[in-house]
Design a protein around this ligand. Structure first.
Ligand code: GLU
Length: 420
């Protein structure tokens, strides 16, 4: 998953660039370039056939100057420690950009969960939490779903931790099912947060989203909700959607709910209504108004950035665009909403979930979405202001977001007295 580049180094470079542009104390940069701690664990799991297999897992707590660390757990066959540390670094930046009282963390298990039975998946999830033990905690490190994990997995994990500690601890994890203290609005939050950003960007560029054409790479939870909200609420025309197993292209527009029903039945979007199959590379090069990478990292790199014709790119996948590609995208007239801003809606509603768990009182969905819109709009404006102020200094939207984040975490580091 690291690609040709070690993208932990890419994340470190981002911090160095932001620190240098801000003229920040280099000791702060050094602190932020080095994750505070990463725990590597092995997880023995009894398989259905009676044998025991050992899986490897990691949890990185990148920096807790602002508050407890926060970030998802992913299950992926190509997971590496660099990957987890890169993603934890991005979480520190992401939480800071939207102003949450959290630092960044991330976890990963090296496994292809599609090859496990439900029982095996449950035993692996519980085993991971037993192995991490009190490394986690609602005031220490708070996981959530990420690639290939979901609310049911969070439920097993919270249950295991509650049994281990003797305390019913819903605030340990976010993204839980509603019955166990999950928040209304959490499932759609990442997609919705991205759409809030897109609406502001479109307004600034004078683009009308009604009838605007959209291409979305990835049709998991994030890609689906982005597509659905844009189709249902904005009247945008979603013309292309791809997933690992193939894609679909329809110049007249796709109904995301209908496509989801087809995908649930067939395991792929390919072949939907007899439309043409489309590859990721073809999708990225479509002549559309908006392109949304919502799958894995490094979809857009230096080599293929020139193919992108969209006027707005909203990066919903963590690391979906390599920073090397930003300058080329901008030169070709694309406005980029970077990942730590574009996909921060998920962790923002995770924060609301954690607040509700700690409070023991639950809000209506409308209240949550209004609060989310406020957080996203304020964050967007903070980043846009930084971008406008430093544009002459070749600062991209990504650098501006990193600068907002690094400045905030730097303030917390200074105020704690970690540097003079
Ligand atoms: N995994 C999501 C992300 O990368 C959500 C993290 C969270 O809610 O803690 O932002």
């Amino acid at each position: 998953m690291a690609g040709e580049k070690n993208w932990f180094q890419v994340a470190q470079d981002r911090i160095k660039i932001a620190g240098a542009k801000l003229g920040q104390n280099s000791e702060i940069t050094e602190i932020l370039c080095n994750p505070q701690r990463t725990l590597c664990v092995s997880i023995p799991v009894r398989m259905d056939n009676g044998t025991t297999r050992v899986f490897l897992g990691y949890r990185c707590q990148h920096n807790d100057a602002v508050g407890p660390t926060k970030g998802g757990i992913r299950f992926h066959q190509d997971e590496t420690i660099e990957d987890v540390e890169a993603l934890a670094t991005l979480m520190t930046l992401k939480c800071a950009v939207v102003g949450l009282p959290y630092g960044g963390g991330k976890g990963g298990v090296v496994v292809d969960p599609s090859k496990l039975s439900t029982g095996e998946l449950e035993r692996l999830s519980r085993g991971f939490v037993r192995a991490l033990g009190t490394f986690l905690g609602p005031d220490r490190d708070v996981p959530a779903p990420d690639v290939n994990t979901n609310g049911q997995i969070m439920a097993w994990m919270v249950d295991e931790y509650s049994k281990m500690t003797g305390h019913n601890t819903p605030a340990l994890m976010t993204g839980k099912p509603i019955i166990l203290g999950g928040s209304l609005g959490r499932t759609a939050a990442t997609g919705l947060g991205g759409v809030y950003c897109l609406r502001i960007a479109a307004k600034k560029l004078g683009m009308n989203l009604k009838g605007a054409t959209v291409a979305i790479e990835g049709f998991g939870n994030v890609g689906f909700y982005a597509a659905k909200i844009l189709h249902d609420e904005d009247g945008a025309k979603v013309v292309g959607i791809t997933m690992v197993s193939g894609g679909v292209y329809d110049p007249d527009g796709i109904d995301p709910d209908d496509l989801k029903a087809y995908e649930n039945k067939n395991g792929t979007v390919r072949g939907y209504k007899g439309h043409d199959n489309i590859s990721n590379e073809q999708l990225r090069a479509l002549d559309v108004d908006v392109y949304i990478p919502a799958a894995l990292q490094n979809a857009i790199v230096k080599e293929n950035a020139k193919d992108v014709k969209a006027k707005i790119v909203v990066e919903l996948a963590n690391g979906g665009i390599n920073p090397d590609a930003d300058e080329i995208l901008e030169k070709n007239g694309a406005f980029v909403v970077p990942d730590i801003l574009g996909n921060a809606g998920g962790v923002t509603v995770s924060y609301f979930e954690w607040v509700q768990n700690n409070y023991g009182y639950y809000w209506a969905e409308k209240e949550i979405n209004e609060k989310l819109e406020r957080v996203m709009s304020e964050a967007f404006e903070r980043v846009y202001n930084m971008y406008s102020r430093h544009r002459a200094d070749k600062v991209t939207m990504r650098m501006a977001a990193d600068m907002v984040a690094v400045e905030r975490v730097g303030d917390a580091i200074k105020t704690r007295g970690w540097v003079a």
